[in-house]
Ligand binder design. Structure first.
Ligand code: PMP
Length: 362
């Protein structure tokens, strides 16, 4: 294979070609430093600028001011499942979780190791095909925080409207839809995301956190698991995943060049519509897993009439240069992950392939 293909993998996922080319150009000699970013001391001026620049552009895209920090930590979004309750779930307190999929379940389960949790809503019945209505959510009396998963990578559902509980800290796992649309980030106390879907390569987790919350974190936990350690040291307490942070900065700059979150959201809506319209106009040949008003613009899940056809679809699609479409086993069928960096042409190619496949096999 000499040409790049359309990669619909859920993550690590496709990145903007222009960003890959930029990184390639700078790879051997970063801005005249005579060395690659991966060889560079994290205490150098060049790296400090990369680190500070990545924080600044993410804050700018989200419209956040001085009361927030963007931290770059390791351990994946999965480590945040533990770090959040370790820091913010105090003795005798209860943390509320809204269960909308397997990752939300994991986050909640991890929190039970550190304290008490309350399930404020769940859509497990019906295999997580929808996001709960806001009036279905029943909070505990005085939650330490409320945790949601903004986009459910496996099931293909996404929150369209976020809850607002005033002073109760709202925390979101945005691993699979961060920086994909505009929203009021100042309503969140903490947002976290593994970078490997919408932001860059794996190896770094982005934590966007309100400064007053950082101060409230538990001080009697390991140094590396305290948000204030990373905040006080500008994400440079220990050796950071420097190349990943550099790539996140480039991807965020790319989003800015596309016109920011409003422009990228419009693009994402158009891309998803190409595939959802194909599903909806297939006369029932393709069926979406998610209920229509909960459909994700990032991970599109659908089934074919039977598993044999699904296998054939996957293998023929792969041959046609459309890779990574096999769905997660808990949903079955297909999943097209079309994060920010998936070009419109990729979605058009998939929609065309779906129509052709139906014609041949329908
Ligand atoms: N949360 C969500 C919504 C995810 O999609 C994933 C990864 N697929 C995770 C958490 C886990 O992320 P990580 O592999 O970075 O720990």
């Amino acid at each position: 294979m000499t040409e790049r293909i359309f990669n619909f993998s859920a993550g690590p996922a496709t990145l903007p070609l222009s960003v890959l080319e930029e990184a390639q150009q700078e790879f051997l000699n970063y801005k005249g430093s005579g060395m690659s970013v991966i060889e560079m001391s994290h205490r150098s001026k060049e790296y400090e600028a990369i680190n500070a620049g990545a924080e600044a552009v993410i804050k700018e895209l989200l419209g956040l001011g001085d009361d927030y920090r963007v931290l770059f930590v390791q351990g994946g979004a999965s480590s945040q499942f533990a770090m959040i309750p370790m820091n913010f779930l105090g003795e005798g307190q209860i943390a509320d979780y809204i269960l909308t999929g397997a990752w939300a379940e994991k986050a909640q389960k991890e929190a039970t190791k550190f304290g008490q949790t309350h399930i404020a809503a769940t859509t497990k019945e019906g295999n997580y095909a929808r996001i709960p209505q806001l009036d279905e959510i029943k909070l505990s009396e005085k939650p330490a925080y409320v945790h949601i998963t903004s986009n459910n990578t496996i099931f293909g559902t996404q929150w369209k409207q976020f809850p607002d509980y005033g002073d109760i800290p709202l925390i979101a796992d945005m691993s699979s839809d961060i920086l994909s649309k505009p929203f009021d980030a100042s309503k969140f106390a903490l947002i976290y995301a593994g970078a490997q879907k919408n932001l860059g390569p794996s190896g770094v987790t982005v934590v966007i956190i309100r400064k007053d919350l950082i101060e409230q974190g538990n001080k009697n936990i390991p140094t590396m698991l305290r948000y204030d350690t990373h905040s006080k040291n500008d994400s440079l307490y220990n050796t950071p995943p420097s190349f990943s942070v550099y790539m996140v900065g480039l991807v965020a700059q790319w989003i800015k060049k596309q016109g920011g979150l409003t422009a990228i959201a419009k693009h994402n809506e158009e891309k998803a519509a190409l595939i959802y319209d194909t599903i909806d106009n297939s006369g029932g040949y393709y069926t979406g897993h998610a209920e229509k008003d909960s459909r994700s613009l990032m991970n599109l899940t659908f089934r074919l009439p039977n598993e044999d056809l699904e296998k054939a679809f996957n293998s023929e699609a792969t041959k046609a240069g459309l890779s990574g479409l096999k769905g997660h086993r808990s949903v079955g069928g297909m999943r097209a992950s079309i994060y920010n960096a998936m070009p419109r042409e990729g979605c058009q190619a998939l929609a065309d392939f779906m129509k052709e496949f139906q014609k041949k096999n329908g």
